[in-house]
Design a protein around this ligand. Structure first.
Ligand SMILES: *[C@@H]1O[C@H](CO)[C@@H](O)[C@H](O)[C@H]1NC(C)=O
Ligand SMILES: *[C@@H]1O[C@H](CO)[C@@H](O)[C@H](O)[C@H]1NC(C)=O
Length: 298
């Protein structure tokens, strides 16, 4: 059975099964930590059209987890955790999950190398087995107007899944051209793209596309000419055939929108241009699309 969850990570565990990791579960409470961040993993079989039995939960309860599947293993590379003062804070604790043995093993933490954070844009270089974490946030106060504020970072970190360690990137690749969290992300033809997202708070959303050529990190981050027609944060994105589809998102100022977007816009990585597509029937933000295309048609 599905427990309502956000902001989680949803991944293709393999060609038939989706895994939903962490997030928060209702009901919210009026006292800190306000929400219940969960270590739950929920599995859904597309072929059997049913929810599977629960597997070993995350070793830590995280929302906005930085998670990805590489070579059939689930990498959990930090995220945000509940605190007693009602602020979600970054934790760098990192783990790998083996679906065959149903066991989690501890990895070195993100804090070995960079600021622990959640909600990074996560991309994988399939050739090197490096996982890139671009941007993210280190703190998110849950009380509106908390002077502490929400931050966003421009830090870029990399974890080498083959050597099981964090690696130091060349200086020029270690910082994106701006701070972003809750952005869209993809890797196409060895280039990591970070699309839209927000910079220190929901009010400050972006339509920019930042790109890093993973085949030549010394070229550093570039800002593409093509800008997302509707700047948005809290978006979700999926990629098919070199086009990145960006769905919904947050901070819609239009009357009656409740702040949520229904826009669907696609970025063509070959032509560096955007097109607007049919909007979603139900506006959404903080969704978690799973790009199964590569899984079914590798
Ligand atoms: C995918 O993973 C699920 C859960 O571990 C497992 O039951 C299923 O057999 C796997 N399917 C394939 C095709 O590997
Ligand atoms: C919005 O982002 C800009 C940088 O892009 C920054 O200077 C500004 O402080 C941000 N505004 C808010 C309200 O966080």
């Amino acid at each position: 059975m599905l427990t309502l969850i956000l902001p989680d990570a949803t991944l293709a565990l393999n060609s038939t099964t989706l895994a939903i990791l962490g997030g928060i579960v209702p009901p919210p409470s009026s006292v800190p930590p306000y929400f219940n961040t969960t270590p739950l993993i929920q599995l859904y079989s597309i072929t059997a059209n049913k929810w599977l039995d629960p597997v070993a939960p995350l070793p830590v309860a995280l929302n906005h987890p930085n998670a990805v599947v590489v070579d059939g293993q689930v990498y959990l590379l930090g995220g945000l955790a509940d605190t007693r003062d009602g602020v979600w804070r970054g934790t760098g604790t990192s783990w790998v999950y083996d679906p065959m043995s149903n066991e989690w093993s501890r990895l070195s933490g993100m804090s070995d190398i960079d600021t622990p954070r959640g909600s990074a844009a996560v991309g994988v270089d399939a050739h090197t087995g490096l996982v890139y974490l671009a941007g993210g946030m280190t703190q998110l106060p849950l009380v509106e107007d908390d002077p502490l504020g929400q931050d966003s970072v421009d830090t870029v970190s990399a974890f080498d899944t083959r050597r099981g360690m964090w690696v130091v990137l060349p200086e020029i690749a270690r910082q994106m051209s701006g701070r972003r969290d809750n952005a869209g992300v993809t890797v196409v033809d060895g280039v990591l793209y970070v699309l839209g997202g927000r910079d220190r708070g929901k009010e400050n959303v972006s339509g920019e596309v930042f790109a890093l050529d993973l085949k030549d990190l010394e070229k550093g981050w570039v800002t593409k000419r093509g800008r997302m027609p509707t700047p948005r944060g809290g978006v979700c994105s999926g990629t098919v055939g070199g086009k990145v589809y960006v769905f919904g998102g947050e901070e819609n100022l239009a009357e009656g929108s409740d702040g949520v977007f229904d826009q669907v816009e696609a970025y063509d990585t070959k032509t560096d241009t955007w097109e607007s597509l049919q909007p979603m029937k139900v506006p959404r933000h903080g969704g978690a699309p799973v790009d199964m295309f590569d899984v079914f048609y590798p």
